[in-house]
Design a protein around this ligand. Structure first.
Ligand SMILES: Nc1ncnc2c1ncn2[C@@H]1O[C@H](COP(=O)(O)OP(=O)(O)OP(=O)(O)O)[C@@H](O)[C@H]1O
Length: 542
């Protein structure tokens, strides 16, 4: 039990795309930054205290001096010079010290990036706990320096670094998926706890699962939480405030996947998970795809500072997770622009996309020639201009398809140009279920028929990618087609953008303000006496 003077909790929800921080009892987080940090010297020799028992859940060494980490990251600017390390002229050794917090976001991690597998493996597994801790430190410093009432969204430099400990109880949101092994989950929670107490000197701490908090934020103890986030969509049954393992499932269809598909359409080919070996061609454009030659160019490349980078540094930057995240930001801007969103998601999810099933005709087409023929066409139609000035013609049928790409979240059959041409196509399909099928799969794993019905009538749609206009209605319609008629299913989606975007954080804010919750904090004293074991028992909410 925690009986300190300061009961205002400091809450951190670090997702794979965005990290949100703020004080308990408030309506929304005050600091919202990308979930990544810079590490200024990736030199392994600088690691300290890295022997047995000092491993990341994902198996990496930890214990690097956190003074070398800086947060937050700006995806608009070239990374600071100190982030590049190269060993003499050896190009192979040039690296970029850009660390996404989660393993699944590391595009260099080939093992978790095999086609159809990245949607599950490494989901919510922290790849660098010191990077995770430095986001807490930055956010707390930002709030201390600017005052509690100021909002910090995106990159803002904070001169003041954290001098003393964070003198608030810390509530960390655990966004690891229920489908990763229990062992890995426990190891990760123990490591989070150790970091909260030992690195961040918290007087008390609590770790709460994201789905449980989203359910609380919607005023429900029992619900089926459908979180459409960055790395995919997760469905988690929450019963009386506890998570059920059976019925928890995940699909790779989420914000990052939609961004990848959009990028594929603009570039004229779709590389599954950044792998060079699986390339599907898109042939929907009348002329050459708008970004066929140079690809989608992120904003940082357009800066004059880019000229100061050496050729090998730029090459490595382009292969780094930093580049992927920066390209995603351009796709995100496009996806949320009013010109595209005004169309929204149509209730008819069966209309095929232009390029559907016709990729085999594409191979011999000379895109350059076609482009010449169509140069003057559709000059005055609706269009979208990318940051580098490339104009995307939205009047073409394929342009219209771009507007309704979010519909793919619910499409039964993926267009052939999206599916991998590999032997594990079945695994891919099973890991990439549309949302309604995912909900169906989850409910079918619940054995108690009454509970199944109760969950079906309390489906909570949350996560930033659920902000796609019309998604709640379309999901409800599709569920109506596959659930038994006796099920009165109900999809609950807040009308407020803030509640959808920050659902888990808001749940944490509510929970930490409840009088009855105060006895659940694990105090530093209890941690010192009993270690992480007591904490894991206390947080055993699944
Ligand atoms: N208004 C919007 N419409 C559609 N998609 C959006 C919108 N706003 C954000 N997104 C997408 O939502 C994703 C981020 O979702 P969210 O913030 O829930 O992820 P996260 O919690 O950081 O990550 P994860 O859920 O994978 O742990 C991004 O891919 C972003 O492009």
């Amino acid at each position: 039990m925690y009986c300190g003077d300061e009961t205002g909790a400091f809450i951190g929800d670090i997702g794979s795309h965005t990290a949100r921080f703020g004080y308990g009892g408030e309506d929304c987080p005050k600091v919202v930054v990308p979930s990544a940090v810079y590490k200024h010297s990736p030199d392994e020799n600088n690691y300290v205290g890295s022997s047995q028992g000092n491993q990341q859940p994902g198996g990496k060494k930890r214990g690097a001096k956190r003074g070398k980490y800086t947060a937050p990251v700006s995806l608009m600017n070239v990374p600071p010079h100190g982030c590049f390390s190269s060993d003499g002229d050896d190009e192979e050794n040039c690296d970029v010290g850009f660390i996404p917090i989660y393993q699944s976001m590391n595009s260099n991690n080939n093992q978790t990036k095999q086609a159809g597998q990245d949607s599950c493996d490494g989901d919510g597994v922290i790849q660098d706990i010191d990077a995770w801790a430095s986001l807490w430190e930055y956010s707390f410093s930002a709030l201390t320096a600017r005052g509690k009432s100021k909002h910090t969204v995106g990159y803002k430099k904070v001169e003041q670094s954290l001098d003393g400990p964070i003198d608030h109880p810390l509530l960390a949101v655990d966004s690891s998926s229920r489908i990763i092994s229990t062992n890995l989950q426990e190891r990760q929670k123990a490591l989070m706890l150790e970091t909260l107490f030992e690195s961040l000197s918290a007087p008390a701490a609590y770790i709460a699962p994201s789905a449980m908090l989203s359910s609380f934020a919607n005023g429900r103890q029992t619900s089926l939480v459908v979180d459409v986030g960055h790395t995919g969509s997760r469905v988690t049954p929450v019963v009386d405030g506890y998570l059920l393992h059976s019925g928890s499932c995940k699909s790779g269809r989420g914000g990052m996947w939609l961004g990848d598909v959009k990028r594929g359409v603009l570039e004229g080919c779709w590389k599954i998970n950044g792998s060079d070996s699986v390339v599907n061609k898109w042939n929907g454009w009348k002329g050459a795809p708008p970004c066929q030659h140079d690809g989608v160019i992120p904003r940082y490349i357009l800066q004059s500072k880019i000229e100061k980078l050496k050729a090998n540094e730029l090459e490595h930057l382009k292969k780094s997770p930093f580049h992927s995240m920066a390209v995603h930001e351009v796709m995100y801007e496009m996806m949320t622009s009013t010109s595209l969103q005004s169309i929204g998601i149509s209730s008819d999810t069966s209309t095929p996309f232009v390029g559907y099933g016709s990729s085999e005709n594409n191979d011999d087409v000379d895109m350059e020639d076609k482009n010449d023929d169509d140069e003057d066409a559709d000059d005055d139609g609706p269009s979208y201009v990318l940051p580098d000035g490339t104009k995307v013609d939205l009047a073409q049928p394929v342009g219209k398809d771009l507007c309704r790409l979010p519909q793919l979240l619910l499409s039964e059959d993926l267009p052939s140009w999206i599916q991998p041409q590999t032997s594990n196509a079945n695994d891919y399909a099973s890991n990439m279920l549309p949302l309604h099928k995912l909900v169906h799969r989850s409910l079918s794993q619940i054995l108690d028929a009454d509970l199944r019905k109760e969950l079906a009538s309390n489906i909570i749609l949350t996560g930033s990618a659920s902000l796609t206009p019309g998604l709640d209605k379309s999901l409800s319609i599709e569920l109506g087609k596959i659930l038994p008629a006796s099920y009165k299913h109900k999809v609950i989606s807040s009308k407020s953008t803030v509640e959808n975007r920050y659902g888990a954080w808001i749940g944490g804010s509510i929970l930490s303000s409840l009088g009855s919750f105060q006895q659940l904090w694990l105090s530093k004293k209890e941690y010192e006496e009993n270690g992480a074991v007591l904490g894991l028992q206390r947080f055993n909410n699944n």
